[in-house]
Ligand binder design. Structure first.
Ligand SMILES: Cc1ncc(COP(=O)(O)O)c(C=O)c1O
Length: 369
């Protein structure tokens, strides 16, 4: 298995003690625990129901930790992810998308029929989406949130009129039950835009005749604004943050609400790899690449012995590093990097060691993408 040479000796020994091969990505236990507790406390203080996005980790161990810290359920992006979470024993699942996957819907309908304790929600933003759900519903209805989007964003009706049309279709359709409204503010770039968007979502909610409505929003960039604006809202507000669990040294470090409010999240993920070559002064070739670390929302961030170096390029199996003048880095050195964008980090590893502050491996987490 990638990263692990000797699973029997992995836990309880040093990361550098021989049970692991490199490159390897590690998760810092202290940071994970801190982040899980921090967002649980934030949700609690603002009356938000936490439904973390599980697509970030797809890890049963981390999902269990989120549920143990008070998460109501988990969000996913696809029916397949929902079914994987069912195998983990998760009973409350929100698919934050409109669903057109017949086999996936049939399988979820069967799960709903077979387990009265299961709760399931998904988004709709078109009459076609409502009709699809209606065709595949089983003995229990699919509960839906009418998604209101914004120009340039992802799915979701663009006007209140369109949303109300979809909502009426959901209320009229057999096998479908309208439960509220949903949106996603992650593509917006200012607090003012997020506030205005949240107010449009509240307005939409007021037009729906739904008892005990749900309003679902939220990633890891704007939950401060969400907490402030929706704290007095009458709906059950479900917050879907996902990336917060590991945070990062790049994209989310720059955009976290904790740049605006008191508190912090800690970067939990780090990749360790050997310097394979220093073929010319100031240039190092490091033994990890696109298969091992995310590169879609910022490149890996040099740490420790290579802090101050610049990542020039990430290739499939290599990272090309410009070293500062007089850097002592040499072939064979083990060096570390933080990552940018957790949601494309966990999927590169089936097993990830969890380490304490001294790099003793205290646990292993698994992922199922
Ligand atoms: C619809 C939706 N909700 C929630 C999230 C979670 O956002 P984040 O990864 O910033 O925590 C995402 C992330 O892409 C998303 O697409």
């Amino acid at each position: 298995m990638k990263g692990i040479v000797d699973p029997g000796k992995a836990v309880g020994s040093s990361l550098f003690g021989g049970a692991f091969s490199f490159p390897v990505m590690v998760a810092h236990r202290g940071a994970l625990e801190h982040n899980i507790a921090t967002l649980a406390a934030f949700a609690d203080q603002h009356g938000l129901i936490l439904v973390p996005h599980a697509k970030t980790t797809m890890s049963p161990e981390l999902i269990r930790a989120q549920l143990d810290a008070g998460a109501w359920g988990l969000t996913v992006a696809t029916p397949s992810q929902a079914l994987t979470l069912r195998e983990f024993g998760v009973s409350r699942i929100l698919i934050a998308n409109q669903v057109f996957d017949p086999a996936g819907l049939d399988a979820i309908a069967a799960q709903l029929a077979g387990d009265p304790s299961m709760e399931f929600l998904c988004f709709v933003d078109s009459v076609a989406g409502v009709e699809m759900l209606s065709r595949h519903a089983g003995t229990r209805p699919f509960r839906v949130l009418a998604e209101l989007g914004h120009e340039g964003g992802r799915g979701g009706s663009r006007t209140l009129g369109q949303l109300l049309e979809v909502a009426s279709a959901a209320q009229a359709a057999e096998g479908v039950e309208l439960a509220g409204v949903a949106g996603y503010e992650g593509a917006l770039t200012s607090a003012g835009e997020v506030r205005a968007y949240l107010h449009r979502l509240l307005e939409a909610l007021e037009h729906l005749r739904v008892r005990d409505p749900i309003l679902s929003v939220g990633g890891s960039q704007w939950f401060d604004v969400i907490g402030r604006e929706l704290v007095t809202c009458q709906a059950k507000v479900m917050l879907r943050s996902g990336a917060y669990i590991s945070h990062d040294d790049g994209y989310y470090r720059e955009r976290t609400p904790y740049t605006r409010i008191e508190g912090e999240l800690l970067a939990a993920l780090e990749i360790w790899a050997h310097v394979l070559s220093v073929p010319e002064p100031g240039l190092a070739i490091v033994g990890f690449g696109k298969r091992d670390a995310p590169f879609d929302e910022g490149l890996p961030v040099p740490r420790g012995a290579v802090a101050g170096a610049t990542v020039l390029k990430v290739q499939d199996q290599h990272t090309i590093l410009r070293l500062p003048p007089d850097s002592p880095v040499k072939p064979g050195d083990l060096v570390s990097f933080g990552i940018s964008h957790p949601c494309t980090a966990f999927d590169k590893w089936r097993v990830m060691p969890v380490v304490d502050d001294d790099y003793v491996v205290v646990d292993l987490i698994t992922t199922y993408f």
